[in-house]
Design a protein around this ligand. Sequence first.
Ligand SMILES: C[S@@+](CC[C@H](N)C(=O)[O-])C[C@H]1O[C@@H](n2cnc3c(N)ncnc32)[C@H](O)[C@@H]1O
Length: 277
Amino acid sequence: MSDSRNAPEAPRPTAPAPAPGASARRTRAKGEPRFPDGPRPDPAGSHFERRIRSFQPRRSRVTAGQADALQRLWPKWGLDIDGQRVIDLAELFGNDNPVVLEIGFGMGEATVRMAAADPDTNILAVDVHTPGQGNLLNLADHRGLSNVRVGNGDAIILLREMLAPDSLDGVRVYFPDPWPKKRHHKRRLIQPEFLTLAASRMRPGAVLHCATDWEPYAEHMLDVLTAHPDFENTQPGGGFAPRPAFRPLTRFESQGLDKGHVVNDLLFRRVPHRVHP
Ligand SMILES: C[S@@+](CC[C@H](N)C(=O)[O-])C[C@H]1O[C@@H](n2cnc3c(N)ncnc32)[C@H](O)[C@@H]1O
């Protein structure tokens, strides 16, 4: 058997220099983070593995501009949802202004428009989609907004593990994944258990605003929200709400409208805490 311990080390293979004009991109080593200063992949990790996910895994390309924003702005405005601590929202935003949670902001265009229109309200915008996180950071930076923070990870873990009771002044869920197949209905975000959790983090009077272009999901939302004891419909006669002027057209909404879908808004208020005798 030959002993290689004292043998001179063979030179490590080096990547050939890119041909002139070719991309200098290289493959990352196993375990090497995609954005060293940016959002962590799956920040909550296996600790919360057994949950049902309301999002679909998407591997879309991150543009150079989005990558730059993730590297540059994540340390300042990003929050990895690791489920490890309760966050101080006043510290996160640097002020005591009301905080609205937006779940599933997509590419963030509607988020920045709402943040710009209402600078005294802080928006904690959460999604798992890396290109969208970069896009939102970029848009907020270009507009000079200081009232947006970007959460990376599952909103359920954020609500359950990282937000204090009564800490939110509103929750927005615009065009959540509709999960149209019956066997996938359990993955829909708007379910009685989610409503109980969200209500526990909302101050009495805070409004949960949902919108969807998938009519069976809209009917389901209306049913579970109407039946839930922690919420009351802001529409005195019940039913769907007229689209409020403050909600901009979102990317998924416009795709739905192009397909002829009908959009429904639902605005439900968190009721005062019940006093137990
Ligand atoms: C259909 S898209 C809608 C995006 C955007 N609101 C719009 O209207 O254009 C739904 C988004 O919600 C995100 N999402 C779904 N469940 C989530 C969860 N539990 N936590 C964070 N993001 C979630 C998905 O990653 C996706 O980007």
